[in-house]
Ligand binder design. Structure first.
Ligand code: GLY
Length: 373
């Protein structure tokens, strides 16, 4: 079986990330040493339950781990107070003990919600991430950010709570709709743009294989992203500084998502793709980045049919009246705001991203206008 492992080394808590083809069928064996007793709860959504749950159930049965299953509705709306309350209530009813570990089987919504529930259930129990989307495998399942959305914004309520293990099976990507896989690919590109120009060149050669489902290329890409994230998180677990680099494209992207009402009209990765192009456009506009690098970023995403401007979005977001002014106002609610100034991730080239709070609001509005035209 093709698989690789890396360790996230944190001050108080280290854990392994396994990436490979067919890992879901080995999950029981890999999880067993982490459990206090052979009992757990799997939390998943109704889509993932259809495609991947039976494989996990079988692997737990094989090693005599007993389990309950909680199935929540698929979709961003599940990252809510009401579903958090529902989940905590079900865990209490199942008499989970503090020494137990629960399993999040799904994409970013399930991982974030279950991680948050685990961080507050009995003041904190352990959890295992089994991410089933590319986005979750390269980003959200790693690093311990957990949370839910508030009507006032995305991910505004949450905690840092590291998983005990991350198990990413690339074979689970084969049941993803193409649009969702592509959306996750935007987060893969993000790691190259932040600090790994060589990885960007590798992606130029291998992106088609990743999207087509080649397990070797997928494993290589995911492990590269996780290694990069492991380094950043080990240095700045609670995002006091450098971890904010992982938000490249996100301040712009979150503004677009907010205007699209966090609906499926615009997936997170699509918003990040447009946002990364905007971050490079802003960097060029400020005279910090060669224009040819911004062009390369745009072309790479465009070649894969990811949106690079708002007018590219195939879904009827255009029904929403987005304006540069409205989009700019959303950036003022960013979590990276300090003393009224938003810190943006900009770049002096591909693989050379940095943080800056010295951004002229008119430049930001202009870049939003470019993306709207
Ligand atoms: N998704 C960005 C982070 O984990 O910090």
């Amino acid at each position: 079986m093709l698989s690789q492992k890396i360790t996230i080394a944190l001050k108080d808590h280290s854990y392994d990330i396994h990436v490979g083809d067919g890992l879901l069928d080995q999950a029981g064996k890999i999880i067993t040493p982490l459990l206090n007793r052979p009992k757990t709860v799997i939390i998943t959504d109704d889509n993932v339950a259809r495609h991947q749950l039976p494989r996990l159930e079988k692997s737990l049965d094989l090693v005599n781990i007993t389990f309950d299953v909680i199935i929540l509705p698929a979709g961003e709306a599940t990252k809510s107070f009401s579903q958090l309350e529902n989940l905590l209530d079900q865990l209490l009813a199942l008499h989970l003990e503090r020494g137990d570990k629960i399993i999040a089987l799904g994409g970013g919504v399930i991982g974030d919600l279950v991680g948050f529930a685990a961080s507050i259930y009995l003041r904190g129990i352990g959890f295992i991430q089994i991410p089933t989307t590319l986005l979750a495998q390269v980003d959200s399942s790693v690093g311990g950010k957990t949370g839910i959305n508030s009507p006032r914004g995305k991910n505004l309520i949450g905690s840092f709570h590291q998983p005990a293990l991350v198990l990413s099976d690339v074979s689970s990507l084969s049941s993803l709709p193409a649009r969702q896989l592509l959306s996750g690919y935007a987060e893969v590109v993000k790691y190259a743009l932040i600090n790994d120009r060589e990885f960007f060149h590798w992606l130029e050669e291998n992106s088609a294989k990743i999207i087509a489902g080649d397990p070797t290329a997928q494993t290589e890409a995911i492990i590269t992203c996780c290694r990069a994230k492991a380094t950043v998180v080990a240095e700045d677990e609670k995002e006091k500084g450098g971890r904010a680099l992982l938000n490249l494209g996100h301040t712009f992207g979150h503004a677009l998502e907010a205007e699209a009402n966090y609906s499926d009209r615009l997936f997170h990765g699509e918003a990040v793709a447009i946002g990364m192009v905007m971050a490079f456009d802003l960097s060029v506009e400020m005279g910090l980045c060669p224009a040819e690098d911004a062009v390369k970023v745009r072309r790479h995403l465009e070649r894969l049919s990811l949106p690079v401007r708002i007018s590219n979005i195939n879904h009827p977001v255009s029904q929403i009246k987005m304006t540069a002014e409205r989009l700019f106002n959303h950036t003022l609610h960013d979590k990276k705001i300090s003393d009224g100034r938003v810190t943006f991730v900009i770049a002096s080239g591909i693989g050379k991203a940095f943080l800056s709070a010295e951004i002229n609001p008119d430049d930001v509005k202009h870049v939003f206008q470019l993306a709207l035209d």
